[in-house]
Design a protein around this ligand. Structure first.
Ligand SMILES: Nc1nc2c(c(=O)[nH]1)N[C@H]1C(S)=C(S)[C@@H](COP(=O)(O)OP(=O)(O)OC[C@H]3O[C@@H](n4cnc5c(=O)[nH]c(N)nc54)[C@H](O)[C@@H]3O)O[C@H]1N2
Ligand SMILES: Nc1nc2c(c(=O)[nH]1)N[C@H]1C(S)=C(S)[C@@H](COP(=O)(O)OP(=O)(O)OC[C@H]3O[C@@H](n4cnc5c(=O)[nH]c(N)nc54)[C@H](O)[C@@H]3O)O[C@H]1N2
Ligand code: SF4
Ligand SMILES: [Mo]
Length: 703
């Protein structure tokens, strides 16, 4: 099909939750290729793009794209027709339901797919008879969402990038690296504020680009965020820098916080964090004295077995100082994938229906059932990490739309082993991911440039994606696949042609989207809550009261819980893991992009110079990292960027993914894994070809 002369189409970047707009135009010479043009009026980014956005078109027409359905026979994939693939999926899903029960199946949504697609996968799971449906938010901000929902009302950013820039006088950035993970939020908003005298405190064991703008960098030991914030809070209490009126009128639980910290030893806590007490107190003063102080929170807080409590302590800090419900304040998780916010909003989670209505809330469930025309089980289902953990045991089958758990989940070797035990695995992806390799059926999905629908960015802005190019090979939109399979299996409720038809149903059962229509979205999008047509949405939340039962914000004192694994003689270093600016999650897309590969061709580990000396490691040497669960071999970067006693690596490269090492211990409430702390040993890799005399020179790990 010739695409000559097609007008550029306005759509949204496929990578992070900032939600930058860009324009795409089919390449006139190379069928399937797309060219990128700036969209200067895009509401979030006004034309600016980071390195990933700029390189985003490189993966669209990549030769590795899946183009035909594949069925595994005798351990090998063969091409199949859609009919054949659907037949097999239908018969396996029916068999599993008949032989066991609907709860023997699990379903994973995709936070890079549009709201309409995620709405359909959760509806599909529930029509099948199970609430076992989840998405990558479990690995990401599950703890943040849990705490914000319980203590304030909604599991989302309390404020927007624009008001944070305009009104924030101090930014407290803890366990987040916006300069590299949300680059346009940083460069177009937060950096502008910093240039105009907003004070920045960064709390992170690893220095990175965000550090360049920080006035104070608190380089703590991984997993010591609770003691650190308790020092901050205790300092504020002791100096009476808190907001008595706000505490009195808008919060509950202040006494519990006071009691928790009554005998708190600040010197000891500072030592646990590995930071001089005065430095933490200086930072406390910066936050407490600012007219409007905003907290930014990321994976460094959420991905701990105490993730819920970590974020609660940030809520405590904001509540006692009255830093909520005004522009430039709040507790703000910058959301990860381009549509992770929306994927949660539309109910692709085991405990809630669309619009965060609990499955076991009888009234809410009935309202949804009336629209759907079938009954939904009231008991919450399993989270994705629970589903993976039970694969081959109570979970017999798994349907994955666009996740790569054998690389992204903790203790990844074990996840792969468990998936081998499944009776049936179906993966719907744009590339042959490491998880798809294990599947019985692989369905080729269209990519972001080839399909339309809505995505919801980090500050709750619902925006339209628009397809620009024809679909390659025999790929189909995730929406079409679910619609065709759903119609085959369930007769009615899945017969949709266009995303807009799905959206019309979605907004009927999702109160915060109720007033949104495709027409109203236009090019600007709308920030939810948008309860009635004509509402313009809300840039910041809780001006009047909190969305809790009694309208009060909840303060709960919390105490230090060290990571599940602490260093010992065998595993003397604490490994923490995070991200690179030029790569994205499990790398299926970013490692296929020549521009991004040029920036960071492979994984590495940051080691502090004192640790490097201790273990005989030189910069650039290959080292093996070993935890109780596995090992990886990567290049050592010797740098003071990382706190002494800790090492830092990434999950982006499947072969050497950090997740071969990480611990699968979970936060008990939110079920988020402790990706940010695992006891690890480091050993210089001895080239197998080295003659014995030379290898003897290489010091061993415990020398
Ligand atoms: N370039 C790029 N951008 C992305 C992504 C990507 O893969 N690449 N992924 C997207 C996704 S899905 C998400 S969720 C977001 C995540 O964005 P961020 O929340 O920024 O995620 P991370 O880089 O994993 O971790 C943030 C910081 O936490 C620090 N940290 C580690 N351990 C601790 C600790 O114990 N305490 C504290 N206080 N800090 C700690 C790390 O050193 C790191 O600087 O980014 C999104 N944007
Ligand atoms: N060690 C460590 N591990 C981590 C983290 C960490 O900080 N440290 N962070 C965690 C976090 S925050 C996250 S969000 C997860 C991410 O984990 P995942 O969501 O599993 O990983 P991704 O690489 O984002 O993408 C998964 C798959 O989606 C496919 N895909 C892309 N677009 C589409 C589409 O439109 N349709 C379909 N069907 N498929 C598509 C991609 O090709 C890829 O195979 O990783 C987690 N893992
Ligand atoms: S900041 Fe995020 S949304 Fe914007 S261009 Fe970069 S990756 Fe894409
Ligand atoms: Mo994420």
């Amino acid at each position: 099909m010739s695409s000559e002369g097609q007008e550029p189409v306005k759509t949204i970047c496929p990578y992070c939750g900032v939600g930058c707009g860009l324009q795409l135009q089919p390449d006139e010479d190379e069928e399937g290729d797309v060219n990128l043009k700036p969209w200067f009026d895009a509401p979030v980014n006004e034309g600016a793009l980071c390195i990933k956005g700029g390189a985003s078109t490189e993966v669209v027409n990549h030769p590795d794209r899946l183009k035909e359905p594949l069925i595994k026979e005798d351990g090998e994939f063969r091409e199949a027709s859609w009919e054949e693939a659907y037949d097999l999926i239908e018969s396996e899903l029916t068999r599993i339901r008949d032989d066991y029960e609907p709860d023997a199946m699990g379903f994973f949504g995709c936070s890079k797919a549009v709201n309409e697609e995620n709405y359909l996968i959760q509806k599909f799971a529930r029509r099948y008879g199970t609430n076992n449906v989840d998405n990558c938010t479990r690995l990401c901000h599950a703890s943040t969402v849990w705490t914000l929902r319980n203590s304030l009302g909604a599991g989302a950013m309390t404020n927007s990038m624009q008001d944070l820039m305009d009104e924030g006088d101090a930014y407290w950035i803890q366990g987040a690296n916006p300069s590299e993970q949300h680059p346009i939020a940083h460069s177009s908003y937060f950096k502008q504020a910093a240039l105009e005298d907003t004070d920045i405190v960064q709390v992170d064991p690893h220095a990175n680009k965000t550090t360049r703008d920080a006035d104070i960098h608190l380089q703590l030991n991984p997993g010591t965020d609770i003691p650190l914030l308790n020092v901050v809070i205790k300092t504020i209490l002791d100096n009476e820098w808190y907001d008595e009126e706000f505490i009195e009128e808008r919060t509950e639980g202040f006494e519990h916080l006071e009691e928790t910290l009554a005998d708190f030893d600040m010197e000891e806590a500072a030592e646990t964090c590995g930071i001089p007490l005065e430095k933490i107190q200086e930072a406390a003063k910066v936050y407490a004295e600012a007219k409007n102080a905003a907290i930014f929170t990321g994976m460094g807080m959420s991905q701990h077995r105490c993730g819920v409590d970590n974020v609660q302590n940030e809520v405590n800090l904001a509540l006692i100082t009255g830093n909520l419900g005004r522009p430039g304040t709040g507790v703000n998780p910058l959301r990860g994938q381009n549509n992770v916010q929306g994927t949660c909003d539309v109910g692709a989670m085991p405990n809630v229906l669309p619009g965060y209505r609990d499955t076991d809330d009888d009234e809410a469930r009935k309202k949804t059932e009336e629209v759907w025309g079938f009954e939904v089980p009231p008991e919450p289902g399993l989270t994705n990490v629970e589903i993976s953990d039970r694969a081959g045991e109570s979970i017999k089958g798994l349907y994955i739309m666009g996740e790569n758990p054998v690389v992204s989940e903790p203790d990844a070797n074990e996840v792969a082993k468990r998936f081998e035990e499944l009776e049936f695995l179906c993966v719907q992806d744009v590339f042959m991911s490491e998880t798809a390799e294990l599947a019985d059926v692989v369905l080729p999905a269209t990519s972001w440039a080839e399909r339309g629908g809505t995505v919801t960015n980090t500050d709750r802005r619902v925006q339209l994606m628009r397809p620009v190019t024809s679909v390659p090979g025999n790929t189909k939109d995730d929406l079409r696949i679910l619609s065709e399979l759903g119609t085959r299996m369930f007769d009615e409720g899945f017969d949709f042609d266009e995303p807009e038809e799905v959206f019309e149903e979605l907004r009927e059962v999702t109160p915060s989207y109720h007033g949104i229509t495709y027409e109203a979205l236009g090019e600007e999008g709308i920030q939810w809550p948008c309860l009635e047509e004509g509402d313009e949405g809300d840039p910041f939340l809780y001006e009047e009261g909190f969305d809790t039962e009694n309208g009060l914000g909840e303060i709960i004192g919390v105490t230090h819980q060290p990571p599940a694994e602490v260093p010992d003689d065998e595993y003397p270093l604490i490994l923490t893991t995070a991200r690179l600016e030029a790569h994205y999650n499990t790398g299926t897309m970013s490692t296929r992009s020549p521009t991004l590969q040029r920036r960071d061709p492979d994984n590495f580990v940051d080691v502090h110079p004192a640790d490097a000396e201790r273990y005989g490691i030189e910069d650039g040497q290959m080292v093996t990292l070993r935890s109780r669960r596995g090992e990886i071999t990567v290049e050592a970067h010797v740098t003071e960027d990382i706190k002494e006693g800790s090492i830092w690596t990434t999950p982006h490269f499947a072969k050497s993914s950090a997740n071969k090492l990480t611990n699968d211990v979970l936060d008990p409430d939110a079920n988020i894994p402790e990706y940010k702390a695992a006891a690890t040993e480091i050993e210089v890799e001895v080239e197998p070809t080295d003659p014995p005399t030379e290898s003897a020179d290489a010091p061993a790990a415990d020398d």
